[in-house]
Design a protein around this ligand. Structure first.
Ligand code: SF4
Ligand code: MG
Length: 331
């Protein structure tokens, strides 16, 4: 049984202009100790999916229309708020893009680090302090005793992100959800934080769901990848398959739009056009308006998800045997 299993998740957002269908039938599984990346452009539904796992969707605005989120034999969408609060932080933890918005500027790091664990367990103050020191060591912050007495503003951006990771991991969660965890950081610090994720995973065995728009981050960290587009998972594979055998035209477009370190001269090809309006998503393939390979069927019928290997699937009509040859002809 997977550690986490999401089945056919649909999430809508209420706006003045009407209802946005932000997530449209997402399935995913997460195994113990692995890193699953959810990749896509902003607005594709990746952050919304992540927030729904923690039940942190904005109340009164976002609504889970249907679907199931299974974790340890229970559907998280059916739990009472009280039971869910016990799971938040304790079993599932989340870190965000901007650590400053999640750290309280008026409390010491020590207080903030131990708060979580003391809320969730009956651990003594001394033991919690010990645990906090241990976490600082794991995330590579030295002089722990002194650091615990300091306030967030006394830490640099990279150090604050390390603190966020420490806070998220102090209750030893099974799953860490990281939404664009390195986007706000400069490149050198970014590399350090990504290395830290790997290190922390090796030491604690935590499974990671990584939300990112950055394929470089995926290359460094992910075991498996889900590519999202217009509220749907359009391709899923392991890391190697993503970079060497991407099949969906959108994924191929994403790969062509990233700079390659080994070939500085190679031109970047951004994907022309914009994603569809999710107030009234198209009946057919959501990528059809931007796709070089689009056929008539694409515009009117949603492509089915087809298995390419045991670990690789994509939702594209080109995988249908009836379109055999079209891809080669147009490529
Ligand atoms: Fe392009 Fe059609 Fe495949 Fe969609 S289903 S990605 S439009 S070829
Ligand atoms: Mg986002």
């Amino acid at each position: 049984m997977p550690l986490l299993e999401v089945k056919d998740l649909h999430i809508h957002f209420k706006t003045y202009g009407g209802e946005v269908q932000a997530v449209r039938g997402v399935d995913l599984t997460l195994e113990k100790g692995e890193t699953l990346a959810i990749v896509g452009e902003s607005g594709c539904g990746k952050s919304v999916t992540a927030q729904s796992l923690m039940r942190l969707l904005p109340k009164g605005i976002a609504k889970v229309k249907s679907g199931e989120i299974w974790f340890k034999g229970q559907n998280l969408l059916k739990l009472s708020d009280k039971k869910m609060r016990r799971i938040q932080g304790n079993d599932l933890a989340m870190i965000f893009q901007d650590p400053m918005t999640s750290l309280n500027p008026t409390l010491t790091i020590g207080t903030q680090l131990t708060e979580g664990i003391r809320k969730h367990t009956s651990i003594s103050a001394a033991k919690a302090n010990e645990k906090a020191l241990e976490m600082l060591t794991i995330v590579g912050i030295s002089n722990g005793e002194e650091r615990l007495k300091q306030y967030p503003h006394e830490f640099s951006g990279g150090m604050r992100q390390r603190l966020m990771i420490a806070m998220a991991l102090i209750c030893e969660p099974d799953i860490l959800i990281a939404d664009e965890p390195t986007t706000a950081l400069d490149v050198t610090i970014q590399a350090q934080i990504l290395a830290l994720f790997k290190e922390v995973q090796r030491k604690t065995g935590v499974a990671i769901i990584l939300i990112t728009h950055d394929l470089g981050v995926v290359a460094q960290l992910a075991d498996r990848v889900h590519v999202m587009y217009a509220g749907k998972v359009i391709e899923q594979s392991n890391r190697r398959e993503l970079f060497y055998q991407a099949t969906h035209p959108y994924t191929k477009g994403l790969l062509q739009s990233i700079p390659r370190l080994d070939d500085a001269k190679e031109e970047l090809i951004p994907i022309a056009g914009t994603p569809p309006d999710l107030f009234a998503p198209p009946a057919g393939c959501p990528f059809a308006a931007r796709c070089h390979y689009a056929m008539d069927v694409c515009r009117y019928h949603m492509p089915v998800t087809t298995a390419i290997t045991a670990t690789h699937k994509a939702a594209c009509w080109l995988l249908d045997p009836r379109s055999k040859g079209v891809f080669e002809e147009l490529a």
